[in-house]
Write a protein that binds this ligand. Structure first.
Ligand SMILES: [Fe+2]
Ligand SMILES: [Fe+2]
Length: 275
């Protein structure tokens, strides 16, 4: 069972005076990506076809991701009554398709799949922490606090499962690192860019057609602006741990300094692309 429901959110504390349009735009995009979690849960159940224990956890995980989407969508509709979630989600699903039907992981092994899931949860847990700290609107702060706690728990689930499969599959450290870096690089793919487009660009009402650079840039410029060095440090520590490295000490410091510089550079580039 999920740790909370939409009824636990203090919707009556919503404060329109504390809205930031840039944050409203990225919350709309996030609601679509999260709501798509059920499709990925089905994929995980196929990849782990003979592991009913993990399948059960994966289904619960998928339900929680869908709930994240529902909470963010409800908040976005309060912030922008013109936001039509169902319509935006239909556009997102029609335009952004990846092959979820395969019964094997794109990462080549079950351990690899768990590393990739850990990377995603590292990203989401630091993202919602950064969003909570940047947001001034109290209901959004509360939603983000609950989502960030879930994402950390999801990381722990996938990390624990990784440990169990690693005992059999024994992927080397460099193979693990390669999968981790590969998944990190995919954050530049279409998923977030297309979600930003589907949620914010009324293309069917005279808006612009989808353009990965423009819409990906618009998303990234707003999202990266939320981060502070401590969010990046924490996310990188989780990534290193999933790849089999000790997250503290020199490697952690070098990796988070490099990640912070990369993020600043990408933020500048994103702002240029979106212009
Ligand atoms: Fe989530
Ligand atoms: Fe998650």
């Amino acid at each position: 069972m999920a740790a909370w429901t939409l009824d636990d959110i203090p919707w009556d504390r919503f404060d329109r005076a504390r809205l930031d349009p840039a944050i409203v735009a990225i919350v709309k995009a996030a609601s679509l990506v999260e709501y798509n979690g059920a499709a990925y849960a089905r994929h995980l159940c196929r990849v782990f076809a003979d592991d009913p224990g993990f399948q059960q956890s994966a289904r619960a995980w998928g339900r929680e991701e869908v709930q994240h989407g529902a909470a963010l969508a409800r908040w976005a509709a309060l912030a922008d009554p013109g936001f039509d979630f169902d319509r935006a989600f239909a556009r997102f699903r029609d335009g952004y398709r990846i092959d979820f039907d395969s019964s094997t992981s794109r990462r080549g092994s079950r351990s690899g799949e768990m590393i990739a899931r850990c990377i995603v949860e590292s990203g989401t847990s630091s993202y919602y922490t950064a969003l909570r700290e940047a947001a001034a609107e109290p209901v959004l702060q509360e939603i983000c606090r609950r989502i960030a706690a879930d994402e950390l728990r999801h990381y722990r689930l996938f990390y624990k499962t990784l440990g169990a499969y690693q005992a059999r599959e024994r992927l080397g450290r460099w193979a693990r690192l390669k999968i981790a870096l590969g998944r990190l690089a995919e954050s530049e793919d279409d998923e977030l860019a297309y979600a930003y487009y589907a949620a914010n660009e009324p293309a069917d009402r005279g808006g612009l057609a989808y353009d990965r650079k423009r819409h990906g840039g618009a998303y990234a410029a707003r999202a990266f602006a939320l981060y502070r060095p401590h969010h990046v440090e924490r996310g990188i520590a989780m990534v290193l741990k999933a790849a089999g490295f000790t997250p503290n000490g020199r490697l952690g410091r070098i990796a988070s300094a490099a990640a912070w510089r990369t993020m600043r550079w990408r933020a500048t580039r994103a702002a240029r692309q979106a212009a």
